[in-house]
Design a protein around this ligand. Structure first.
Ligand code: ATP
Ligand code: PRP
Length: 319
């Protein structure tokens, strides 16, 4: 089937085709009941149950497609949006036109793919701060953000206030497309600007972080004039439901009415806790959504105020 001719009337939704965000993005689509079958090697898939087509692209290219309005919706890292904006800003500056926006509007934070874009140097070397690297060579896949970072440091050093203008950088930024950590060990660069999550790759390469350029998580973005706003809102609402469900658990417990006020201070719920009378004088059952990462502490506190039969249940979806 010639899929390109079946795109008419469909919302285009870009998904990372590989790398760190791919699997979590696919899980999110599954949770939102977006059903599709991707043919081998094809970067386009029609969704069976909604007027959507998925486009599988490298995470780094998604802000360009969405920013130019060629794709309506996309999942990528916040770091990639910032890099895209930095590139568009630099290109506007070069052409002498005013920078307004990179064209991507934030829909929501997706709460996965957390990492930091950090300035890294050899652990046992002489560099302690970003400023020590001014005039040196930096390896990175984030050329726009690295250039902005060093432009700001260079301007500060020169006592230059005001917005960064069209100035030539003393620091040399070298673009690398992967395995950036190898650049210092092999003498290609004196420092790097690269992503760190656990820090394992950085430490294995004998590097340490001396500054953070951007903190990132995966985000859902949309173009400024999406083709089908109703479908976009529906997808956003379904995805929000999946994210909420992943973020919260349902906590249920029994407690004596006299302790209810104290207990509901511990589990206030998203809007309010649900309280039901029990067929046992003076006791009530409480049901409340609690952030998954806080549940152990919440259970400790509930036990302390006299809660009994505390149950924690997974939430599959929420609206
Ligand atoms: N170690 C990490 N932990 C969490 N998120 C990460 C990590 N590395 C990258 N990311 C996020 O994933 C996005 C895509 O990075 P990744 O390196 O996986 O992409 P890629 O270059 O398309 O894939 P690959 O490296 O497999 O070629 C990054 O922009 C960032 O938002
Ligand atoms: O702090 P850590 O948990 O070790 O993760 C950081 C590494 O993950 C990313 O690379 P990835 O493994 O995706 O491969 P790449 O270098 O080819 O981009 C990033 O560029 C770092 O190298």
């Amino acid at each position: 089937m010639d899929l390109v001719n079946h795109l008419e009337g469909r919302l285009l939704f870009a998904v990372p085709k590989k790398g760190r965000l791919n699997q979590a993005a696919l899980n999110l689509l599954e949770g939102a009941d977006i059903q599709f079958r991707r043919e081998n090697r094809l970067d386009l898939a029609l969704v069976k149950n909604l007027p959507i087509a998925l486009v599988f692209l490298p995470a780094a290219d998604i802000p360009t497609f969405v920013g130019q309005g060629r794709v309506d919706l996309g999942i990528t890292g916040w770091d990639q949006i910032q890099e895209h904006d930095a590139d568009v800003r630099a290109s506007a500056l070069q052409r002498g036109v005013e920078f307004t926006t990179g064209g991507c509007d934030m829909v929501m934070d997706l709460a996965f793919g957390a990492c930091k874009l950090q300035v890294q140097v050899p652990e046992k070397g002489e560099y302690k701060t970003g400023k020590d690297l001014i005039g040196k060579t930096i390896g990175t896949s984030f050329v726009g953000l690295a250039a902005d970072y060093f432009a700001k440091l260079e301007a500060e050093e020169a006592g230059d206030t005001g917005s960064p203008g069209k100035r030539v950088l003393k620091t040399q930024i070298i673009e690398l497309s992967g395995s950036v950590e190898a650049a210092c060990a092999l003498g290609v660069a004196e420092g790097i600007v690269d992503l760190v999550e656990s820090g394992e790759t950085m430490r294995a390469a004998g590097l340490k972080a001396i500054d953070t350029v951007v903190e990132s998580t995966a985000v859902l973005i949309k173009s400024q004039s999406p083709s089908n706003p109703e479908t976009l809102d529906l997808i956003a609402s379904r995805i929000r439901g999946v994210i909420t469900a992943q973020k919260y658990v349902l906590c249920q417990y029994n407690i004596q009415r006299a302790q209810l006020v104290e207990a509901t201070k511990i589990t206030p719920g998203k809007r309010a806790a649900t309280v039901t009378a029990l067929d046992d004088d003076g006791w009530v059952a409480v049901s409340s959504m609690v952030e998954s990462k806080k549940i152990a502490l919440v259970m400790d506190d509930l036990s302390r105020v006299g809660a009994q039969d505390i149950l924690v249940l997974d939430i599959h979806n929420a609206r």
